[in-house]
Design a protein around this ligand. Structure first.
Ligand code: MGD
Ligand code: MGD
Ligand code: SF4
Ligand code: MO
Length: 718
């Protein structure tokens, strides 16, 4: 592939890594690597100055990969003669290239036809958290204004939805972290629960190590001894699903030993009585009986955290991706609130956001129930405001739709007939993914906008070439809530189009172009600023000019002269009365408890060298060399129990499927638990096994817990 940079190649280009939420800055400089360019860490961007992890350093590989889709591709439709309608595609049929001026009118025609036959809501949109704020904003507008459908949601539903709901309930506002990363060094006690920072946000580790150097105690709570727990002073190896039992034990000690911050609780929170009643029976002795966590460990951590002058609680998907994920997260937030460790230096709570724009992606309207600025689509005042910005009658705005997985279920049930997927690979990343394959196979129209022919694109009628992170300008919001500008570093190759152009051109074809005419990404941002004004995620004081000068601005930033808000909740919380809420949490069973037939727990997650569905990192040779296949982790106790021999594989069977994996035996995992990373497709996809139970509030799938049986799988049997 020939590379055309946005400016002459002798000039250094700046960008930000496309992978995790740290959003490390990078420079592209002329070099000896394949396209004549080399990636170097940015010496300027303050979040991770001079640091990039293995994924960031290799981020050019997939961009210039020979499998990049370079032109719109179409597949012949299998016509279902009996029903006289257009049917699904044959995933094995060949793609036919098409020109854009053929592709977009034909797609628009198909959409119109489907909406004419089944109604507006028969067409749906599935977005992603790696897209820029401008694209996320446009997608929400496109669904509501151009398609007039209620059905839009995105992959962040699988990611931040439990944390978002919990923070909304506890604080009245969801911004992943209540403080900037720079406060970590001032914390004297840090609780890291279900978060494997060393592999998932590697360039955040120096912040933790600096805190440690300043005397902080670090505690990790995870069923596995992870790379992160290696830096901890105490590691609590709990069985998946027991976080709320353990946290209730901590809260119990804090209350019974009178270690909590009475003034903070009285003046700044509601709900103490409910919380105290809920944890009353959770004595450390009981917690030990239920979880095996020693009484002394619960007491030490409770006392240590409560007595420390400053402290931070960070959670991530370990406890959030559960059918009790919202409750689990609220309980960890209780720890910070009960001890008054929020709203002042060295203190705070953070749900460590996952994707590049996982934060901004959930603020601007690609969620089923949301309008830009973190507004509710059911709030009449919000509808009025957005209707005005968009120049439409608020009554025309559709109501709220359903969550990502529920949209896929609606396809399976026949209610949704068409879907546009952009920036996600749900066939690999959804739970119980055989259902997803079955559902997508039923669509009359599936349009995938991606860089590659992903596992999801196998079911597509149209595969459209989108832009990579280097090829389109835009803004993103990192895990701290810092909004920053990402410049365009090179021209899209071949016929690839910046995602925002593609959406606007399709709107034009649908006859709604008047609402989608923008001169540039900045022009979209300017409209987005107005749309967010007065909302919870208020970006109205942020401009491209400021972002270029200031290396990012923290939202909320409601006015041009507002400095932005790095530290939240110093004086008040975001509920109307200014107070936070404490909740009494009754721990609940997982959706699928272990039993005699399925006696072990499967949990899933990540490894340092791959990213999400693997669409990008499985195409990166240096990363594939490190981790070519998923490796299941089991404890020596379990290995012995199943009679695992040298060189054996293991077969893991859930109520949904049975798969064979390579295996690593390690003391570092809870004995009844098996861990498998989810970055692969097909028969290596652990999501064939996972359960599709959803949290009742956030609709987050229970990725972290299901019951399985495990057998040794002899190589000879292969
Ligand atoms: N290398 C790499 N980095 C990434 C990503 C990637 O795919 N690869 N993805 C990005 C994204 S989108 C996200 S959301 C983040 C995710 O970042 P993390 O949430 O940190 O990653 P996971 O590996 O999913 O889960 C974290 C830990 O939860 C533990 N866990 C499992 N069950 C439980 C439980 O019941 N309780 C507790 N306390 N812990 C449990 C697992 O053992 C695991 O170590 O990472 C981001 N960064
Ligand atoms: N079992 C299990 N499953 C999980 C999880 C787990 O812990 N366990 N974690 C869940 C979580 S937290 C997440 S975030 C999801 C994510 O899962 P997915 O949404 O499937 O994540 P990605 O692999 O990032 O998919 C992004 C797709 O968009 C393409 N792409 C990247 N950048 C761009 C762009 O700028 N424009 C366009 N048009 N396309 C682009 C990529 O090639 C890729 O195909 O997975 C979830 N699934
Ligand atoms: S830490 Fe995250 S943003 Fe930074 S280089 Fe690694 S993957 Fe990219
Ligand atoms: Mo995520």
């Amino acid at each position: 592939m020939s590379i055309q940079t946005a400016a002459p190649m002798t000039v250094k280009q700046t960008s930000h890594c496309c992978f995790c939420s740290m959003q490390c800055g990078m420079e592209l400089v002329p070099g000896d690597d394949k396209p004549g360019l080399t990636i170097r860490p940015s010496p300027i961007f303050p979040v991770a100055t001079n640091r990039l992890c293995q994924k960031g350093l290799n981020a050019l590989d997939h961009v210039i990969h020979e499998e990049r889709i370079m032109t719109p591709l179409r597949r012949p439709v299998v016509t279902n003669a009996a029903e006289g309608k257009r049917g699904s595609v044959d995933p094995n049929s060949a793609w036919e290239p098409a020109a854009w001026d053929e592709a977009l009118p034909e797609i628009a025609e198909r959409i119109r036809d489907i909406q004419h036959r089944y109604g507006k809501d028969a067409v749906s949109v599935y977005g992603g958290g790696s897209l820029t704020n401008e694209v996320c904003y446009l997608l929400g507008k496109f669904a509501r204004v151009a398609l007039k459908t209620r059905y839009i949601d995105y992959n962040g539903r699988y990611c931040m939805s439990s944390a978002a709901a919990a923070a909304g309930q506890s604080f009245g506002l969801d911004r992943g972290m209540t403080m900037p990363l720079s406060e970590i060094k001032n914390a004297k006690y840090i609780l890291l629960a279900g978060t494997n920072i060393a592999e998932c946000q590697p360039t955040m580790m120096p912040y933790l190590l600096e805190a440690k150097k300043n005397g902080a105690i670090i505690v990790t709570i995870d069923p596995r001894n992870t790379m992160t727990s290696k830096s901890a002073d105490i590691h609590v190896r709990l069985q998946p699903g027991f976080d709320s039992v353990f946290v209730n034990g901590l809260l119990h000690v804090m209350i019974h030993e009178n270690l909590y911050d009475r003034t903070f609780v009285n003046e700044r929170t509601h709900g103490f009585a409910e919380l105290a009643a809920a944890v009353e029976t959770f004595t450390p002795a009981k917690v030990e009986e239920w979880t095996g966590i020693l009484e002394s460990v619960t007491r030490t951590i409770a006392r240590g955290f409560a007595k420390a002058e400053t402290g931070i609680v960070l959670t991530a998907r370990g406890l959030e991706q559960q059918s009790n994920g919202v409750e689990n997260t609220k309980n960890y937030i209780n720890l910070a609130l009960l001890t008054g460790k929020i709203g002042r230096p060295g203190c705070g709570y953070g749900a460590v956001t996952g994707q590049a724009n996982g934060q901004g992606g959930r603020e601007h309207g690609q969620k089923a129930d949301q309008l830009p600025g973190y507004r509710s689509i059911e709030d009449p005042a919000a509808r009025e405001h957005i209707g005005n910005v968009w120049g439409i009658d608020p009554a025309e705005l559709p109501g709220k739709g359903v969550s990502a997985y529920e949209m896929l279920q609606k396809i399976d049930e026949g209610e949704i007939k068409a879907m546009i997927v952009i920036g996600s690979n749900p066939v690999v990343s959804s739970p119980n993914n055989r259902m997803v394959e079955r559902a997508l196979g039923k669509l009359e129209l599936l349009i995938v906008v991606d860089l590659f022919e992903t596992e999801t694109a196998r079911y597509a009628h149209w595969l459209l070439p989108g832009s990579s992170f280097l090829e389109a300008e835009g803004t993103l919001t990192n895990l701290e809530g810092r909004v920053f500008h990402r410049a365009q570093a090179m021209e899209p190759p071949g016929e690839c189009k910046p995602d925002y152009c593609l959406i606007c051109e399709l709107a034009e074809q649908l006859g709604e172009g008047a609402y989608f005419r923008y001169a540039s990404a900045e022009h979209i941002f300017e409209e987005m600023r107005r749309a967010t004004a007065g909302g919870k995620a208020d970006y109205s004081g942020i401009t491209y000019r400021r972002l270029k000068e200031e290396q990012g601005v923290f939202w909320p930033c409601p006015a041009d002269n507002h400095p932005g808000s790095p530290l939240l909740f110093a004086d008040r919380f975001a509920h109307p009365d200014g107070k936070a809420r404490l909740f009494g949490i009754q721990p609940k069973m997982p959706a699928e408890p272990i039993d005699e037939e399925y006696p072990y727990i499967l949990t899933t997650g990540r490894v340092g060298s791959h990213y999400l569905s693997g669409a990008q990192t499985r195409r990166t040779s240096a990363l594939m060399k490190k981790t070519p296949v998923p490796v299941a982790e089991i404890h020596p106790w379990l290995a012995k129990r199943i009679g695992l021999g040298v060189g054996d594989f293991i077969r893991i069977t859930s109520r949904r499927a049975s798969l064979v994996f390579s295996v690593k035996v390690t003391e570092g995992i809870q004995p009844r638990t098996v861990f498998v990373p989810f970055h692969w497709g097909g028969e290596l996809s652990v999501n064939r096994l996972t359960i599709d139970a959803l949290d009742p509030v956030s609709r987050m799938p229970e990725f972290k817990l299901c019951a399985v049986k495990i057998e040794a799988f002899k190589q000879e049997a292969n």
